[in-house]
Design a binder for this molecule. Structure first.
Ligand SMILES: [Zn+2]
Length: 278
């Protein structure tokens, strides 16, 4: 199985892959285009990261059944069958798609995956209307920052990858705070509002992985600085900050986020570091 851990991967030279833009990360960590990535990045046993350096999405595999956690941009879709093939799986093994919130860089190809595989799409109750309609507000603080060079590069990447238009999801099953989602291995929902009203983080207890979505990020959209941090764009920034207290006590060894590399440490450590720099 051609799967390497994040640590092993970072030890090798820059992969032979054409890049859209100059690297802003150390050699071996740069991935700015959305073509299929081989080998797939292993985050923990049964958990794999797809996506780019801009946006991550995840596979959570238990007993040969695969749950997709967030979907990146719709243009990332081709990464899915390629990654599944590398893991010895196929689209038919995808049983669920779980979304942390309603933004286009997370909902991505959820509808396509649903219709092609029959997977159940799970959505946080308070964000479900936006996921069903495809109409969601732009987070406060985003527009005034669009002039920044790094934001311009991100927006160009978003447009190239279908982020300007969200495909509504035809059928979703909603979930709320504290609920244990019925996906293989289970995922515990932790309501972490602020970035959006419905935003939920998801705990894969057996794998020791917290999927934090956009409750925390590992890279700055504005400066490119890495490490645990709050995003600069939230519907309610105060609430996003308060929601960090909901992550602090969670037992997990890795925190996988929507933006940036996974954090290898506990959510409590990540929160402390994010608050220290805020
Ligand atoms: Zn978001």
């Amino acid at each position: 199985m051609l799967v390497r851990s994040e640590r092993e991967r970072s030890a090798v030279d820059t992969p032979a892959r054409t890049r859209e833009e100059a690297p802003s990360q150390p050699a071996g960590r740069c991935r700015l285009d959305s073509r299929a990535v081989s080998p797939v990045d292993k985050v923990a046993d049964g958990v794999y990261r797809l996506g780019t350096d801009w946006v991550g999405w995840y596979l959570y595999e238990v007993d040969a059944a695969v749950t997709v956690v967030d979907c990146g941009f719709s243009g990332y879709f081709e990464q899915l069958p390629a990654a599944l093939a590398e893991l010895g799986r196929s689209m038919g093994d995808v049983v669920a798609v779980v979304l942390t919130h309603y933004h286009a860089d997370h909902v991505g190809s959820a509808e396509r995956i649903r219709t092609e595989t029959g997977a159940t799409v799970f959505a946080p109750a308070d964000d479900a209307a936006g996921i069903r309609s495809g109409k969601v507000p732009i987070p406060a603080g985003m527009a005034p920052n669009l002039w920044r060079p790094r934001m311009m590069r991100y927006m160009a990447h978003a447009v190239r990858n279908g982020g300007a238009k969200m495909t509504p999801v035809g059928k979703v099953q909603t979930f709320s705070d504290g609920e244990l989602l019925e996906v293989p291995g289970g995922l515990r929902a932790v309501h972490t509002p602020g970035h959006t009203g419905g935003h939920c983080s998801l705990l894969a207890e057996a794998a020791g992985v917290l999927f934090a979505g956009d409750a925390l990020a590992m890279v700055s959209f504005l400066s490119g600085e890495t490490g645990p941090q709050l995003l600069p764009f939230h519907e309610d920034a105060g609430q996003a900050r308060e929601s960090l207290s909901r992550l602090e006590g969670i037992t997990a060894g890795v925190m996988a986020v929507g933006h940036g590399a996974p954090f290898e440490g506990t959510p409590g450590e990540a929160v402390a570091r994010a608050l220290a720099r805020a």
